[in-house]
Design a protein around this ligand. Structure first.
Ligand SMILES: *Cc1c(COP(=O)(O)O)cnc(C)c1O
Length: 402
């Protein structure tokens, strides 16, 4: 076995391979430059086209584009009527935006524990955390694997809750044949460069509710409307507009929207490529899993994942190193591993808000063992081989039997 790069050996590859990256081609670049020469740079016709395309893909009636996914989640919490005193149940094993959006509205995020195989919220644990103050649920489609949307729909109906889905990872995925976006009251997609397709920064909420749709549109543009049929007072003249609620400037630009539309043409192809790479990893790591050295990502029988992330769990009982050492060893091999995510309640800000530790034991247990491997459509065959080689080299080196 070659000496680990961590101990001065030769790394598996010479250049650093990131865990995720966009794929922008000449077509995309041409589409964006065309808009730069057009009369509209922001809130022109490209926004409508992009919104329509996202609504079509997700099987929802309406779509509202935002400047980023976090702003979109904020909009969803506003539309859901989250106020001080309201509780919203979400996952602790996600990006901080999933719960920060509740805080923006003065609400209280409540964390429920995850399933240790899928890393998705455990719906039984969600049910246990419902109180008379619960107003909404925000399950997260971790790594691109959708939650059981019908189960969440039923639960939210039973308790009269708003069901918001954080689908930042899962555009184009489905569960039991339902496309992500078709079932929840509101579903958020992110278009950050590492996400399924990109607009540089961008977010969209899809919904079937006209009421939510109208609120979201007001919210992203200062709470202002010019629509004559929706005015509260009489128009003073043709210049008249009304600010009806406290909104923000959360608009997406036409430059972003046209990039999104151009990228969407490649969504299926991107997801297919992600699936292929995940399959290669799955095949390559069977043996390591049988030896108890790692656990591969578990897929629910009915879900078709978007494979945003490929997350392994280290079999720490069979290894002579902890996660940090394995992580550093892989980085030294120039493999851009990552960790998704630090449980939100461990963050200093949330600690200062008084969130107790130890209420989500499965989240804490899996967090100690998780490592995200590089996975993005533009990876070459060699990149994939390098990741496999490096994992076998490092995990093999630290295996108890070595
Ligand atoms: C990326 C992400 C967001 C936020 O999206 P931005 O577009 O980066 O603001 C929210 N939730 C999850 C799970 C994410 O991965």
């Amino acid at each position: 076995m070659d000496k680990l790069a961590l101990f001065g050996g030769r790394p598996v590859r010479e250049t650093f391979l990131p865990y995720g990256s966009q794929w922008v081609d000449e077509e995309d670049i041409e589409a964006v430059t065309k808009i730069l020469r057009s009369p509209f740079l922001t809130q022109g016709p490209e926004i409508d086209k992009f919104e329509q395309a996202i609504a079509d893909i997700s099987g929802a009636r309406y779509a509202v584009a935002f400047s980023n996914g976090t702003a979109a989640l904020h909009g969803a919490c506003f539309a859901a009527g989250i106020e001080p005193g309201d509780e919203v149940i979400t996952s602790p094993l996600t990006f901080v935006a999933s719960s920060n959006c509740v805080l923006y509205q003065g609400g209280t995020p409540i964390f429920a524990d995850v399933d240790e195989r899928t890393y998705l919220l455990d719906i039984a644990k969600v049910r246990e955390r419902i109180t008379p103050r619960t107003k909404a649920l925000i399950p997260v489609d971790f790594a691109g694997q959708p939650v059981d949307m019908r189960a969440y729909k039923n639960l939210s109906k039973e308790y009269n809750l708003v069901y918001i889905q954080d689908a930042a990872h899962s555009l184009g995925a489905s569960f039991s044949g339902d496309p992500v976006g078709a079932v929840a009251d509101m579903t958020m997609f992110s278009f950050h460069p590492v996400k399924p397709v990109t607009t540089a920064e961008g977010g969209v909420i899809v919904t079937n509710s006209e009421e939510f749709y109208e609120k979201l549109r007001l919210f992203r543009s200062h709470g202002i409307t010019r629509d004559a049929s929706k005015l509260e007072m009489e128009a003073e003249g043709p210049w008249y507009y009304e600010m009806q609620s406290l909104g923000y400037n959360y608009r997406m630009t036409d430059l972003q929207a046209v990039l999104g539309s151009s990228q969407l043409a490649k969504l299926e192809q991107f997801i297919e490529r992600r699936r292929e790479i995940a399959k290669r990893y799955d095949e390559a790591f069977v043996e390591l899993e049988e030896l108890g050295l790692l656990r591969r990502p578990y897929q629910h029988l009915y879900s078709k994942s978007g494979w945003h992330l490929y997350v392994i769990q280290l079999g720490l009982d069979r290894l002579t190193a902890d996660r940090r050492t394995v992580f550093e060893a892989l980085r030294a091999e120039n493999i851009g591993v990552n960790v998704h995510y630090i449980p939100i309640y461990r963050q200093p800000y949330y600690q200062r808000l008084g969130y107790p530790l130890g209420t989500c034991p499965k989240t804490d247990a899996v967090y100690e063992r998780m490592i995200t491997l590089p996975l993005f459509p533009k990876m070459s065959k060699q990149d994939i081989c390098d990741v496999i080689l490096a994992v076998k080299k490092v995990v093999g080196y630290f295996s108890e039997s070595n």
